[in-house]
Design a protein around this ligand. Structure first.
Ligand SMILES: CC(C)(COP(=O)(O)OP(=O)(O)OC[C@H]1O[C@@H](n2cnc3c(N)ncnc32)[C@H](O)[C@@H]1OP(=O)(O)O)[C@@H](O)C(=O)NCCC(=O)NCCS
Length: 326
């Protein structure tokens, strides 16, 4: 008994958790790729995610929500929180494999929970590996409960279709951007009270990660939006248009608008010379999932959405929304 305790104490390293700084980004990026690549058993772990980027883009989007864990002055892991108004999520969380199972991951949960507290996040979530008892067990300790699967789906990009109802956020003159952000907030808020993805729209515009597609209804008012990452250096990677977030206004036209939104994303991808469209959907959003299947999307990767509190949030039937919380 005494022996066991001493060994356990010796194995518990002194960990400092602190905001991530710009000089940490190369190490954080490397650790992220190595950790996921190792967990997934890739022959070359560092090749994980190819030329896609999560660390720099998320740090730039909100440096106050990016955290690192340090042991003996060396970075050993990181975690990132994201505020979408009433909803928040976190990740990617990654720890250098030689420090796994020594409590570092748990320590990096503390600051992201602090962010949700500070932001007044009503509903928090994450995407993780459904088959991993360790992952589900770790997050469950912090009050997150496994609910529905989330499917990350892909389809090939075809010829640009004539979808005249969409425009690009990047084409708006500066003076129209704030009003458009307000219009977007109105649509996201109609889909789920208080939902606000301004942070993503701004990050894509400021960092040149892709574009936000704006879908108009006949009367010219905003019917939906899709925040897309395109190509290398974004969350998409080469050849890919990744819909990080998409939604249409609820109502009788929602199903048709959702089809239009997917078509428009395909057109934008085709115009950008991209080959594949990637978009995630939680399976509790039955109609959205079934429509994507019906339009030729196939699941590439699936995980589980864990949510705190254990409530549906916007992961429920009738919500035409694209996202995966990765
Ligand atoms: C997942 C990852 C971040 C965890 O970090 P870590 O530092 O190894 O985790 P910790 O040691 O802090 O916590 C592990 C917890 O898992 C839980 N756990 C492990 N095995 C478990 C099991 N079989 N059943 C239930 N819970 C289990 C325990 O609760 C443990 O906490 P405890 O020490 O209080 O018992 C890390 O392994 C990693 O980087 N993996 C690769 C990348 C990745 O998968 N990231 C997360 C994607 S969502």
């Amino acid at each position: 008994m005494g022996m066991r305790n001493r060994t356990a104490e010796a194995a518990q390293p002194e960990v400092t958790v602190r905001p991530l700084e710009e000089r940490d980004l190369p190490a954080a990026d490397r650790i992220l790729r190595f950790a996921f690549g190792t967990f997934l058993g890739l022959p070359e772990p560092l090749s994980f995610m190819g030329d896609a980027d999560y660390v720099r883009t998320r740090w730039l989007a909100d440096p106050s929500a990016a955290f690192g864990a340090e042991i003996d002055g060396e970075l050993v892991g990181s975690n990132f929180a994201t505020s979408w108004g009433s909803t928040g999520f976190f990740g990617p969380l990654s720890i250098r494999p030689d420090f796994w199972d020594r409590g570092v991951g748990k320590r990096l949960m503390e600051p992201v929970l602090g962010c949700f507290e500070r932001w007044g996040t009503k509903h928090a979530g994450l995407f993780t590996f459904a088959h991993s008892q360790k992952h589900v067990g770790l997050y469950q300790k912090f009050g997150f409960w496994p609910r529905f699967l989330t499917a990350v789906m892909t389809t090939a990009v075809g010829q640009p279709a004539p979808t005249p109802r969409w425009t690009r956020f990047s084409d708006l003159p500066e003076s129209e951007r704030e009003p458009m952000l307000r219009a977007c907030r109105e649509v996201t808020g109609a889909a789920s009270a208080g939902l606000d993805v301004s942070r993503e729209i701004r990050a894509v515009a400021q960092q040149g990660l892709g574009d936000t597609l704006l879908l108009r209804a006949d009367a010219g008012r905003l019917a939906g939006l899709a925040v897309c990452h395109c190509g290398p250096g974004s969350e998409a990677g080469s050849g890919i248009c990744y819909v990080k977030f998409g939604v249409v206004r609820p109502g009788p036209a929602a199903a048709a608008d959702f089809d239009h939104l997917l078509d428009a994303c395909g057109s934008m991808a085709a115009e950008g010379g991209l080959r594949r469209l990637v978009a995630g959907v939680n399976l509790a959003r039955h109609e959205a999932y079934l429509r994507m299947l019906g339009r030729g999307f196939r699941t590439d990767l699936q995980g589980i959405a864990m949510q705190r509190p254990d409530e549906p949030g916007y992961n429920r039937a009738g919500v035409y929304l694209i996202d995966d919380w990765r």
